[in-house]
Design a protein around this ligand. Structure first.
Ligand code: LAC
Length: 227
């Protein structure tokens, strides 16, 4: 097997892009320590996407993000104007990439892997913008968004959609993600999956499977590991 025959599906938020990047803007607008607010916002964003999926009541990831922000404000009793909320949501398009991402993507691309961005976020606007603003869009052949089939990872239909769009098979495809729900979703669908454990405090869900590989940053990914 050569890298040219292997497809890599990169999750975006939390894997390539640091969602905690909203913290500074949150802090400036709310005038309070924002780590807990940022964390709850992210947790609710994911929960809302999962619940929308289960309920067959699709609303795109931007809607989930907006409603999760509203929830976090209510929970912490933060009074933000509509303008402030728009500023924060706009900031979601300017989140930074994790420090090693560019170097790792450049090296994998040089090796010849087929590289795609694969996200629950809407494409091209939401995901396209964040990749462009973080200057990492050029490493990908295309963006595959769950929005194209109005569903969310970890629904198996979304992983199947990825294979259809990229014309590959699950045994030649790796999901790369820091999100454990995504790793488990991809593996139970039949893909290989590399978990990027971005913090030693991140715990892998104790379900009936383990990731195919675990790395503490994208720099762990290499030809020998993936082929
Ligand atoms: C993504 C989020 C869910 O799909 O991490 O990019």
């Amino acid at each position: 097997m050569t890298p040219k025959k292997i497809t890599l599906a990169f999750d975006i938020y939390g894997t390539l892009i640091d969602t905690n990047g909203v913290e500074a803007a949150l802090q400036a607008l709310t005038k309070r320590e924002a780590t807990a607010v940022s964390r709850l916002w992210r947790e609710k964003q994911l929960e809302y996407s999962f619940r929308r999926g289960l309920m067959n009541d699709y609303k795109n990831f931007e809607v989930c993000t907006r409603q999760a922000l509203d929830y976090a404000c209510l929970f912490f009793n933060i009074d933000l104007s509509e303008n402030d909320k728009q500023t924060l949501l706009e900031g979601y398009r300017f989140l930074p990439a994790f420090p090693e991402v560019k170097k790792a993507l450049a090296s994998l691309k040089k090796s010849g892997f087929r590289m795609y961005a694969f996200s629950n976020g809407r494409s091209p606007d939401m995901v396209g913008d964040v990749l462009k603003n973080a200057a990492i869009d050029s490493y990908f052949i295309d963006i595959i968004s769950a929005d194209e089939i109005k569903n969310f990872k970890p629904n198996p239909a979304v992983y199947q959609h990825f294979l259809n769009r990229t014309e590959t098979t699950s045994c030649r495809c790796w999901l790369i993600s820091s999100n454990t729900f995504d790793i488990i979703g991809a593996m139970s669908f039949g893909m290989k999956a590399a978990w990027i454990q971005r913090s030693t405090k991140s715990v892998f869900d104790p379900w009936e499977m383990a990731p195919t590989a675990v790395f503490n940053s994208l720099l762990g990914l290499s030809d020998t590991q993936l082929i």
